[in-house]
Ligand binder design. Structure first.
Ligand code: CLF
Ligand code: SF4
Length: 515
């Protein structure tokens, strides 16, 4: 944006009124959570050495790590023992990215071979997760057999499990014995009346339960499982799906309940509910939250415990950095033909190099942050960033399938979310329709950082009041964001721009990724 002497109107993102705070159920931490900072953004200094060792290269448990390290899922668990009204498991859909969707189901043996193949080709892949497409603990033998096989052949890979929690108390000992150090439980309610609106039925102890009774059993089992795991020192993350009009306000209570039981991290995710997904909520026209509704809820819970904001609601067969999907490179057919050489030393050497690059990102951010020392301003802005990883602004506007969103203030640049989009440049041409969806997705941001951008989208963004910023191409994200913010404050102070509220933004409900 050319500034000159022209007065430019910059807008502040909409600040929602805080959600009402309900009565606290007790917050005696069992050691999992910390209020010191956003847990997923917490650095080494915020955590005990033991916990840091567990999270430092886990892309979901550490926001900082997610720029550098990858995870993979293997889809060995097809069956589920409950029904969620936002779920419809689907197969053979390679360009749809949301939980429950996979292209292939694998046997434990196929899965173990796939893990070795991916680990050999992507040395920064540090975590194997089993997350479906059904519930891993409704398929315990396949799940645990897979973990056993991987532990034998690739001992450096962290094991991670994601479950609805119904069967969790029965398998805690087995989880501990297998050194599964990270467990996610999806907890959407602690009030069975609300649960009855989310779960039509569960299947438990060879019996089908419905309504409030089903939700009560599920909730009791989830909270018991969480307590048993945290008592054993296993890091637990709680995922909650934000369903406007059903559990949105209630999730503040859920947050307190899981914090008091020692959960390390709380991940409140937007419900994905397009009618074409065929879910009960989607077909009924129930909408997911807007970007600012989600952020307001996450912000209101942040004082209580560490919040995760970088979840990508992955497929059950996702491979790669969060936000990228390389599963098509590792289909069963391709994996079975691969000549796999698992080289532990090579992986470790690569990861040492990743750590050096990561330390450089942090050092650059901290140095830049010092330039804001003494700045006294209540202003904060949101910016969007196109990145392919490594903490750098290294993606062309037209190629971005998602934008990472940072909140920047005098305290620094904080990752607060991501917005999935249809990439603007398709087949070498810009798509007007795609530009509109991009603008709607980052409408609450004052600017978008990209490595390059064409004239047409540049003009479209400017018209929408979003500044395209390509002068930090290939630089570090947080360092550049702080530099930009310092200059932004100067422009506000000298009257070049006026700082005021921007509107809300869309969360892409279709959640489609084009190949
Ligand atoms: Fe997979 Fe989940 Fe483990 Fe991560 S995903 S089992 S904790 S390795 Fe991560 Fe994906 Fe969000 Fe899950 S971004 S959906 S939180
Ligand atoms: Fe779907 Fe998971 Fe719910 Fe089962 S627990 S119905 S797989 S979202």
């Amino acid at each position: 944006m050319k500034l000159g002497t022209r007065k430019v109107v910059a807008e502040l993102h909409v600040m929602q009124p805080p959600l009402p705070v309900t009565e606290q159920r007790g917050c005696a931490s069992k050691g999992g959570g910390s209020n010191s900072s956003c847990g997923s953004a917490a650095g080494q200094g915020d955590l005990s050495p033991e916990v840091w060792e567990k999270v430092k290269n886990h892309p979901c448990y550490s926001e900082e790590a997610h720029h550098h390290y990858a995870r993979m899922h293997v889809a060995v668990a097809p069956a589920c023992n409950i029904q969620c009204n936002y779920c419809n498991r689907k197969f053979d859909c390679s360009n749809e990215s949301r939980p429950g969707v996979v292209s292939e189901r694998l046997t434990p043996e196929q899965a173990a071979k796939k893990v070795l193949a991916v680990a050999s080709n992507i040395p920064q892949m540090t975590v194997l997760g089993i997350a479906g497409p059904g519930d891993p603990l409704a398929n315990p033998e396949k799940t645990f057999k897979t973990f056993e096989l991987v532990t034998k052949t690739a001992p450096d890979i962290k094991l991670c499990l994601s479950t609805n929690g119904l069967m969790l108390p029965d398998y805690v000992d087995r989880i501990q014995a297998l050194n599964i150090d990270h467990v996610t439980i999806t907890i959407n309610m602690i009030d069975p009346e609300i649960g009855a609106k989310i779960y039509p039925w569960i299947y438990y102890n060879k019996k089908r339960y419905e309504g409030v009774e089903a939700a009560r059993i599920l909730s009791e089992r989830q909270l018991l499982g969480l307590e048993m795991l945290t008592a054993r020192g296993i890091l637990c993350k709680v995922n909650s799906v934000m369903i406007p009009g059903v559990n949105d306000r209630h999730l503040v209570e859920v947050n307190r309940a899981v914090k008091s039981r020692g959960a390390f991290l709380h991940n409140i995710m937007p419900m994905i509910s397009a009618p074409e997904h065929g879910t009960v909520f989607g077909l009924a026209g129930r909408r997911g939250p807007t970007a600012q509704e989600l952020k307001a809820l996450q912000d209101s819970c942040e004082g209580e415990m560490n919040m995760m904001r970088h979840c990508r609601q992955c497929r059950a067969d996702a491979v790669g950095l969060l936000g990228e999907d390389r599963s098509n490179e590792f289909t069963t057919e391709k994996v079975m033909e691969m000549d796999v050489h698992y080289d532990l030393e090579l992986r470790q050497a690569y990861q040492e190099d990743v750590e050096r690059r990561r330390a450089a990102v942090v050092a650059a951010r901290n140095a830049e942050l010092k330039t804001l020392a003494g700045s006294d301003s209540g202003i904060s802005i949101l910016i969007a960033v196109a990145t392919k990883g490594s903490g750098r602004i290294n993606q062309h506007f037209g190629h971005a399938k998602e934008f990472q969103v940072y909140e920047v203030s005098t305290t620094g640049a904080k990752f607060v979310g991501h917005r999935r989009v249809d990439n603007y440049c398709q087949g070498g041409f810009g798509e007007e329709e795609s530009l509109e969806t991009v603008i709607r997705a980052i409408n609450d941001c004052v600017g978008v950082f990209i490595s390059r951008i064409g004239n047409c989208p540049r003009e479209g963004l400017l018209k929408a009041g979003i500044e395209p910023i390509d002068r930090f191409a290939l630089e570090y994200i947080e360092q550049s964001a702080i530099t930009y913010f310092r200059e932004y404050l100067e422009r506000v102070r000298n009257g070049e721009i006026e700082h005021r509220q921007r509107g809300d933004a869309d969360i892409r409900q279709g959640a489609l990724i084009t190949t």
